[in-house]
Write a protein that binds this ligand. Structure first.
Ligand code: CO8
Length: 304
């Protein structure tokens, strides 16, 4: 069992600088170091954030823990900017093959920060293109797994849906309550949710603003698997570590092919899939995987 809490505490570095600035500075230093020498790996312990904890619970997994406990991890602009920075860090780290995003046992995230949004006007939203930089998670090349305990509401549910796989603790609650606030979902709650659970269920969720259990959302197809609350993060890190141990280019192609199903017709999608499948025959890892099977041994992938 991972000593996650001890690890999180140990890697949190307090800084007198503005945490975002400190994080960005540390990231640029780490990235520059890694560009200078292919052996240099950006050091996660150099990052410090206001609203997140970051760590590497295994050598090949990056873990981001949303950390605004008093606000139930409400997604403020600062948190989303820091999340982008943390993701950039893990993308720059070649040893990381998969990323896990989690929150606390009480809340994954209770939505976008309503107190921050309350004074916004239409012109401000349009002029600043509000939420435009909140979708970085969905653009990740590396697989991202959500480990959801507690509330995943509004933007919290949308953030989970931007991830590639959603795992839930058995007391997790999902919902899109924006309608109760006189607004509508703004980061995929009407789109990704409908793709995941179908029109009728998605309509019920967004039109009532009700909360739904992890078990119901697993049955509906939103959640891949439900775990006990206390072991959720550990189990998800194990899944992420397994994915990260496979061929990175093949994992990436696989993810790209699944995501293409959102955008393409069946004919286009299966054609795209077949072409990507053909392309794996240009990889050493494809030769190694099949040879290892024939020789009855474990495959040793080199990401080539
Ligand atoms: N924003 C800001 N603060 C919040 C939020 C939030 N979304 N949710 C909870 N908090 C704060 C509360 O204000 C409270 O703070 P304080 O103690 O200072 O008053 C603290 O967290 C604890 O909350 P409660 O006392 O309400 O705790 P309860 O256990 O009684 O209730 C609930 C928990 C049910 C989660 C309740 O807090 C709640 O209903 N929260 C709001 C949920 C919601 O409506 N979410 C949707 C927000 S709109 C949105 O997400 C738009 C998405 C846009 C795109 C986002 C892209 C990623």
């Amino acid at each position: 069992m991972f000593a996650l809490n001890a690890l999180r505490t140990a890697i949190r570095v307090q800084s007198a600088l503005s945490p975002s600035a400190a994080a960005i500075r540390a990231l640029s230093t780490a990235t520059a170091a890694s560009a200078g020498s292919s052996a240099a790996v950006p050091d996660v312990s150099k990052l410090s954030f206001n609203t997140l904890l970051v760590s590497k619970p295994t050598a090949n997994v990056g873990l981001v823990t949303l950390n605004r406990p008093k606000a139930l991890n409400a997604l403020c602009d600062d948190l989303m900017s820091e999340l982008n920075t943390a993701l950039e860090h893990f993308h720059a780290d070649p040893t990381v093959g998969a990323i896990v995003i989690t929150g606390s046992e009480r809340a994954f995230a209770a939505g976008a920060d309503i107190k921050e949004m309350q004074p916004l006007t239409y012109s401000k939203c349009v002029n600043t293109n509000f939420l435009a930089h909140w979708t970085r998670v969905a653009e990740s090349r590396k697989p991202i797994l959500a480990a959801v305990n507690g509330f995943a509401l509004g933007g919290g549910c949308e953030l989970a849906m931007m991830c590639d796989i959603i795992y839930a603790g058995e007391k997790a609650q999902f919902g899109q309550p924006e309608i109760l606030l006189g607004t509508i979902p703004g980061a995929g709650g009407t789109q990704r949710l409908t793709q995941a659970v179908g029109k009728s269920k998605a309509m019920e969720i967004v039109l009532t603003g009700d909360k739904y259990s992890a078990q119901e959302m697993e049955r509906a197809g939103l959640v891949a698997r439900v775990y006990p609350v206390e072991t959720l993060v550990e189990e998800v890190v194990k899944k992420a570590s397994k994915i990260a141990s496979l061929s990175k280019p093949v994992v990436q192609l696989c993810k790209e092919a699944v995501n293409a199903s959102y955008e393409m017709t069946l004919k286009e999608g299966t054609h795209f899939e077949r072409r990507l499948f053909h392309s794996t025959f240009g990889l050493k890892d494809r030769a190694e995987g099949m040879t290892a099977f024939v020789e009855k041994r474990g495959a040793k992938f080199t990401d080539e």
